[in-house]
Design a protein around this ligand. Structure first.
Ligand code: PRX
Length: 636
């Protein structure tokens, strides 16, 4: 079918226009020709953003694992599906073929069934980047269980909150994980989490680091012996198009994390279609996305999108700095990677190291470079383009979100001319709108505003688990009949989009979404803390880092303040994880507030960013003297 693989710009515009004029015909053709269905849909799309309700391919039946595994067996059974590169470069890489993946997924699916897991049950997966992580995700999908993967860098408290929110019955974890020189004891984090999660009745433990761990009787079991006994055949559960496939938590600006619910058919169609076009995927490619499967990027573009295309997808267990800063480039050379998809924060960190690390490796296999998670600054873009892509691999700066399920605004490689820092054009089917502060759409080009999407696409999250009202309020209430992204964007003279960053209290640190409220709540638990406010400030490598303004109950510089700083970061690590630690903590006598008692974060952001010459309108400030004081002692 012609519009499955877009080859030049004219064709992009043609396909795009069709996707807007006849969205149902457009998405029907793609669904029809590229997937296997147990039953065809009755209706391509029904939607109402005021409820909000979106349904794609209603009436269709399928199992996503048949699309990601079974259908490739006849022609590509011996092709590598998952290429696992371990943390330690001395340990052999593993090539898991589609045949073997089929067997391993089915075995685990059968084990889950034997543990009482049924269609619709929630299973929490808390694993490092080892093949069992992808296999667990697929095994859940095989039997219709809803997976909730929690990034293995999250703390026990964060894990427990997520397990409880979606009532997970079973957890799959490992005895530990390797990350560079470190080993991390994951199992004891799970043990601690489960003290507050009584609903979990079973824990399956993968042996990865051979550590001495204690299995709790009646609850914990080593996974391998169960797999050894399990059949390699497991009939796929037949799922309705709109049955939930997974829950994935993302931070909001307030409140507890939001369990975004993605459903089966639309998610599959959209991730597969975007994968093929955004990465210009061809049959013999070896594709590598460096994200963790604990994030949406890993779900959509390590597991589902690539496997639905029968691709070889790389899973890397380690970190870019181990055993040295050449590790990424060494892996690209070793496995002849064709597409490399990473985050600006990683690029910036590696650009700081000696160029020799890059130059000593043969990177000539590369044909597409990708970027995701935060805006890529011009300097990082050029470094990536010059030194990794050698100016011949196009960079796709892909803008999207946990909530969108798949890539939304992006260049298509060898199709869309790129400009550094521009995510460029909407993917077919995506109808962006820029809105002004009065809720009006800003038409025309060379304008900026708040980025909304005005028509549904197949992989939009359908709800927040257990809280549809919050879903409505967060995404569909700011602007009538539109999905609000929380980002600002500008549209240039030719209609290219540049994402300018969050317009709410979410801060993107090293590509990770962090809400200010949960961090402040954690800090405020410290007995010496009266109140706190967190803002982001520009950081060379992380993009943004966190600056905390903290009011202590007893004021005045005391010898304990260093300790309090450490303890605050400890509390944050316990409640959320090390990714949310503060880079700077300033003890302040008060916080700038409006007369109605709202913290004026705008002023705090300016101070943290060392832009105090222009604080903007301060006329509504209740306590201007506090601002003077904060500026005087700011940590710059
Ligand atoms: O602010 C945008 C930023 O990351 C947010 C979504 O974060 P998350 O749900 O964790 O998903 C990240 C991976 C898809 C967005 O609202 N963001 C993501 N990609 C880009 C970006 N900002 C600018 N340019 C991007 N390419």
């Amino acid at each position: 079918m012609s519009n499955y693989h877009i080859k030049h710009l004219e064709e992009y515009y043609k396909v795009y226009r069709k996707s807007v004029r006849e969205p149902e015909v457009f998405w029907e053709e793609i669904a029809e020709e590229h997937f296997v269905w147990r039953k065809r849909w009755d209706k391509v799309l029904s939607w109402d953003f005021s409820k909000p309700e979106v349904k794609w391919y209603e009436g269709a039946q399928l199992n996503i694992t048949e699309n990601c595994i079974d259908r490739h067996l006849r022609t590509n059974g011996n092709k590598t599906a998952i290429l696992f590169e371990p943390n330690n470069p001395e340990e052999a890489a593993q090539h898991i073929t589609y045949n073997r993946l089929y067997e391993r997924v089915n075995q685990l699916a059968n084990v889950l069934k034997s543990q009482g897991i049924q269609k619709g049950d929630r299973v929490c997966v808390y694993l490092p980047m080892i093949p069992e992580l992808a296999i667990s995700v697929l095994a859940c999908a095989r039997i219709g269980a809803i997976h909730s993967v929690v990034f293995a860098g999250f703390s026990a408290t964060a894990l427990s909150t997520r397990i409880n929110d979606s009532d997970c019955k079973l957890v799959i974890t490992s005895d530990g994980s390797y990350r560079g020189k470190k080993t991390i004891d994951l199992k004891s984090i799970v043990d601690e989490a489960l003290e507050d999660s009584p609903g979990v009745t079973n824990v399956l433990v993968v042996k990865r680091i051979n550590s001495d761990i204690v299995l709790k009787e009646g609850r914990d079991l080593w996974l391998q012996p169960l797999l050894d006994e399990a059949s390699i055949e497991c009939e796929p559960e037949i799922m309705e198009a709109e049955d939930p496939l997974f829950i994935l938590y993302t931070s909001g600006s307030t409140g507890k994390p939001k369990g975004m619910v993605h459903t089966t058919a639309g998610y599959m169609v959209y991730t597969a279609y975007t994968f093929k076009n955004v990465f210009n995927y061809r049959a013999n490619d070896v594709y590598w996305c460096t994200a963790d499967i604990g994030w949406i990027t890993g779900h959509s573009y390590i597991v589902y999108g690539p496997l639905a295309n029968g691709a070889t997808t790389v899973m890397f267990e380690g970190v870019p700095s181990y055993p040295d800063y050449g590790r990424f480039w060494e892996i690209i050379e070793k496995h002849k990677i064709t597409q490399f998809y990473t985050a600006p924060t990683a690029i910036r960190a590696l650009a700081k190291e000696k160029l020799e690390f890059v130059d000593k490796h043969d990177l000539s296999s590369l044909k597409v470079l990708g970027s995701v998670g935060e805006p890529i600054n011009e300097e990082a873009w050029h470094w990536y383009n010059d030194n990794v892509g050698k100016k011949k691999s196009p960079i796709v700066d892909t803008w999207w979100q946990t909530e969108t399920g798949g890539i939304m605004v992006t260049p298509l490689p060898y199709v869309t001319p790129t400009i550094p820092t521009y995510a460029t054009l909407p993917f077919p089917g995506i109808q962006p709108a820029l809105m002004d502060e009065n809720g009006e759409e800003i038409t025309g080009n060379q304008v900026d505003g708040r980025l909304c999407i005005k028509f549904p696409w197949p992989s939009i999250a359908r709800t927040i688990w257990g809280n549809h009202q919050r879903y409505k309020e967060t995404y569909f209430s700011a602007y009538e009949n539109k999905y609000f992204t929380g980002d600002g964007a500008l549209r240039d003279a030719v209609g290219y989009y540049r994402i300018t960053g969050r317009v709410d209290d979410v801060i993107i640190v090293s590509g990770h979404n962090l809400g200010t409220a949960p961090i402040e709540d954690a800090i405020n638990e410290h007995p010496a803390v009266a109140e706190s406010a967190i803002v982001g400030f520009p950081h060379d490598i992380k993009g943004n880092a966190l600056y905390g303004y903290v009011i202590l109950k007893e004021t005045g510089e005391s010898r304990d303040q260093t300790n309090v700083r450490k303890e605050i970061n400890q509390i944050i690590t316990e409640h959320i994880g090390p990714i949310a630690k503060l880079d700077k903590i300033q003890f302040v006598p008060g916080l700038p507030k409006t007369r109605s008692g709202k913290i004026m974060r705008r002023i705090l952001r300016k101070i943290a960013g060392n832009e105090t010459s222009n604080l903007g309108d301060t006329s509504t400030l209740l306590n201007p003297e506090v601002v003077e004081e904060i500026i005087k002692n700011a940590i710059i």
